[in-house]
Design a protein around this ligand. Structure first.
Ligand code: DX5
Ligand code: ZN
Length: 219
């Protein structure tokens, strides 16, 4: 299981220390939440902050684009050092072309699905999908409550990927913590994103990553 702390919940005035802390805790990826105030109500940051994160760590940067018309910014985020670029199915009328474009930029391509979006909406593009992201909250804010039906969606996503013989990562994002990590592992997730459970942990972000790891069965 890969753990991908989201810097959305970190102290941006201490970005490099906050990333170093989760690295010490055993984080596998750094999750970077980009919001545009249109696709989601909230605004965060653009490629400049992704680049700043890139400069402070060697861990893969997992960039989650919660933005309308993401094609306009793929190149900028690739240049900023993204290793995975995930777009929302709901924001991409020409999803097949968008995923091809991400690959042309030399980056892994992810597709995210909002809680209301059915898994079938990506069945035609699985061959172009390196990562399938199941949103377990409605995107836009950290610290929301996990939607319980998401576990079953992850289970069905696992079956869909396996039936297609896809080796794509299966990522879950939103309200993930040490309490639901094991059930998501059992459902077939391979990457867990966590923001507030990591950066809001009483013993700090290193302890936050360790607590989720300890809740998992396997390595
Ligand atoms: C939600 C973001 C998530 C968020 C997760 O819109 O995509 O990555 O930061 O935060 P928590 O773990 O606090 O739900
Ligand atoms: Zn995210």
């Amino acid at each position: 299981m890969k753990l991908a702390p989201s810097i959305l919940a970190c102290d941006f005035g201490r970005l490099s220390e906050e990333i170093a802390a989760v690295e010490r805790g055993g984080a596998d990826w750094i999750h970077v939440d980009v919001m545009d105030g249109h696709f989601v109500p909230n605004l965060t940051f653009g490629p400049l902050v992704a680049r700043a994160a890139r400069r402070t760590t060697r861990l893969p940067l997992d960039v989650h684009l919660m933005i309308e018309a993401p094609d306009r910014y793929l190149e900028a985020f690739a240049e900023a050092g993204a290793d995975v670029l995930t777009v929302h199915q709901e924001a991409c009328p020409h999803l097949h072309r968008t995923l091809q474009r991400i690959h042309e930029l030399g980056v892994k391509a992810g597709v995210a699905l909002n809680p209301a979006t059915p898994l079938e909406s990506v069945s035609e593009v699985l061959r172009l999908t390196d990562l399938l992201l199941i949103m377990s909250v409605n995107p836009g804010f950290g610290g929301q409550v996990y939607i319980p039906q998401s576990t079953d969606k992850v289970r069905r996503a696992r079956a869909l990927l396996d039936a297609a013989d896809s080796g794509a990562e299966l990522e879950v994002d939103g309200g993930v913590d040490a309490k639901n990590a094991a059930e998501l592992e059992a459902a077939g997730a391979t990457v867990l994103v966590a923001g507030s459970a990591v950066y809001g942990h009483p013993s700090g972000p290193k302890g936050g990553v360790e607590a989720i790891r300890a809740a998992l069965a396997g390595p």
